[in-house]
Design a protein around this ligand. Structure first.
Ligand code: URA
Ligand code: URA
Length: 277
């Protein structure tokens, strides 16, 4: 029985497929045919005159030339240079400039903007999320999309606003298509957020959701178990009271957990009031 060939996908179907796969932004004005690039690899150089051709040892492959920005930095070297650089940053502005020039995290090359922080660096409470999404990537500010609006309401629930809170993410560049950051990307960016916390030096640190909690508080359990419990966060120079709560993006999907979040926010407000005395 002859199989009827599938009709070719329409442009709309193709675009919908890309969108579903997380391809939702253009990286350049001109399309690049990566497959054609592979074909364009130059032929191996002719052997040097007089060099014996060894049939058992083929000439080394010629690597296609890759733009510098796409060369993956060796992870260990990237982490080491990130740690050194972050530790030396004397101010938040210096830390931001270090990130602007840091080339150890590939996410930077697909992101539009560095998303460093929002709010007041003098704030007594600091919220840390996972990584910027599409809206944040466009604006260069954390939590400005839908979950950001909910975070604003969470902050309002403890009687504050962005002028009295400081907001950042573990990862300061948007992962393409909002994919989950890899453990390696998290490790590379960790020294920067750790230094950021140390420089802001809040009285209370709030981690939003699982990834941020596990990265910063070193927990292995899920958010259902870690949330709402005070732990000590050691900056190296000081101990800060830290607490995890649900990520606002999760609360948008599962509003029933807002009740528990409310309890966490009450505990935060109480801790801030106590630290004020
Ligand atoms: N989710 C995050 O974790 N951070 C943002 O900045 C926005 C959404
Ligand atoms: N998973 C997360 O990462 N965060 C939440 O808040 C809930 C589930």
């Amino acid at each position: 029985m002859a199989l009827t060939p599938e009709p070719a996908p329409t442009l709309q179907q193709l675009l919908a497929f890309y969108l579903e796969a997380g391809v939702d932004c253009a990286l350049g004005d001109e399309p690049i045919n990566r497959l054609a690039e592979v074909d364009a690899v130059p032929a191996p150089a002719a052997p040097r005159p007089g060099a014996a051709l060894n049939p058992l040892r083929p000439p080394p492959p010629v690597m296609p030339s890759v733009p510098r920005s796409e060369i993956a930095v060796a992870p260990d070297a990237a982490i080491a240079s990130a740690r050194d650089a972050a530790r030396m940053a004397p101010t938040l502005e210096a830390l931001r400039e270090l990130l602007e020039t840091f080339d150890g995290c590939a996410l930077k090359h697909t992101a539009t903007k560095l998303v460093f922080a929002d709010g007041n660096p003098e704030a007594r409470v600091m919220f840390v999320g996972e990584a910027p999404g599409r809206d944040e990537d466009i604006e260069g500010l954390p939590f400005v999309g839908r979950s950001g609006k909910l975070l604003d309401r969470m902050i309002a629930a403890i009687g504050l606003d962005r002028g009295k809170a400081y907001i950042a993410n573990v990862i300061p560049w948007r992962p393409p298509g909002n994919r989950t950051p890899t453990p390696q990307e998290t490790q590379i960016c960790l020294p920067f957020i750790q230094r950021q916390i140390e420089l802001v030096n809040p009285d209370v640190l709030v981690t939003l959701g699982n990834p941020s909690t596990q990265a910063l508080l070193g927990t292995r359990e899920g958010i259902m178990r870690t949330r709402g419990k005070w732990v000590d966060y050691d900056t190296g120079t000081r101990t800060i009271r830290a607490i995890a709560t649900f990520h606002p993006a999760y609360l948008l999907r599962s509003p029933s957990y807002k009740k528990m979040t409310w309890l966490d926010l009450r505990a935060i407000a109480k801790a801030l009031a106590a630290a004020n005395m």
